[in-house]
Design a protein around this ligand. Structure first.
Ligand code: GLU
Length: 274
């Protein structure tokens, strides 16, 4: 039997709050080996001082993790390789649309199918000719790379994944439509980076909040297409504040940092998480 390897994977776009503390402790408790990953592909929003704060706050909680810590911005080549593989399989296409253009297209079509992440991409750039695409690229038009979902699911066939809380799940990535796998502003995406990294780090149990439950359908598809190992999952419930709303980075008063500064000790924090 191999050891259970988990990872906590925060994005350094703000200070960790009580919800993160719950998630990190949950993850460390489930793992026989506990890893940490810094998800900083969004260079416009991530800050080095937030990374330092993550190390400090987790250590304050009494957690320790294996080193080296994987920092996503240092591994862009790995993500490019995965995207190239999907491209070679004919599963990606460049999308030049702006948000405004997508909105206009949806209004023109008069109907807007929705997925878990909102309105589905109407497919405007899917059928552009090779010539038209190269012209736009030659003109310096920026583009995202989208997954051709129909082709991808035909290629993969039916897939399942296992959630420790909810049991076996039928993967339904089609409900997302043609998702973006490389963004205009950064040549990767959450979906690609997370799947590639979990494989490279040998993570066999992914623990994370319920808010990412649906994303797992996409991840299962990418694992199949990219021939990555298939981990099990445990999506935990989200902590909510007294107002019934889930904690978010904007709740400055509930960051571990501000709780500590206002005199709270670790035991107080752990008590609030029980
Ligand atoms: N980086 C993500 C976040 O901070 C978590 C990713 C994951 O656990 O898959 O929400």
């Amino acid at each position: 039997m191999s050891l259970i390897i988990t990872r906590f994977a925060p994005s350094p776009t703000g200070y960790l709050h009580l919800g993160h503390a719950f998630s990190a402790l949950f993850c460390a408790e489930k793992g026989e080996r506990f890893l940490l990953r810094i998800e900083d592909i969004d260079q416009g929003r991530c800050r080095p001082d937030y990374i330092e704060a993550i190390y400090e706050d987790l250590a304050w909680l009494g957690l320790s993790w294996e080193t080296p810590v994987r920092v996503q911005s240092e591994h862009m080549k790995d993500y490019a390789q995965a995207l190239n593989k999907l491209d070679d399989m004919g599963l990606l296409y460049p999308c030049f649309c702006t948000r405004k253009e997508i909105q206009a297209e949806i209004e023109r079509a008069g109907h807007a199918p929705h997925g878990p992440d909102g309105v589905l991409y109407p497919g405007t750039c899917k059928n552009l000719s090779v010539q038209h695409r190269s012209n736009l690229i030659a003109q310096g038009k920026s583009f995202a790379l989208r997954l051709d979902m129909d082709k991808a699911i035909t290629h993969a066939g039916p897939l399942t994944w296992f959630d420790h809380d909810k049991g076996e799940q039928q993967a339904t990535p089609e409900v997302f439509g043609d998702v973006v796998l490389a963004r205009k502003d950064t040549p990767t995406s959450y979906h690609i980076s997370v799947c590639v990294d979990d494989h490279i780090q040998g993570i066999n149990l992914i623990t994370r909040g319920q808010d990412l439950f649906h994303a797992t359908h996409i991840h299962r598809l990418l694992q199949d297409l990219l021939k990555l190992d298939v981990p099990e999952y445990h999506h935990h419930g989200l902590m909510v504040g007294e107002d019934g709303k889930r904690f978010a980075k904007r709740d400055k008063s509930l960051t571990l940092r501000s709780l500590r500064e206002s005199g709270a000790c670790v035991e107080d924090v752990l008590e609030r998480l029980r």
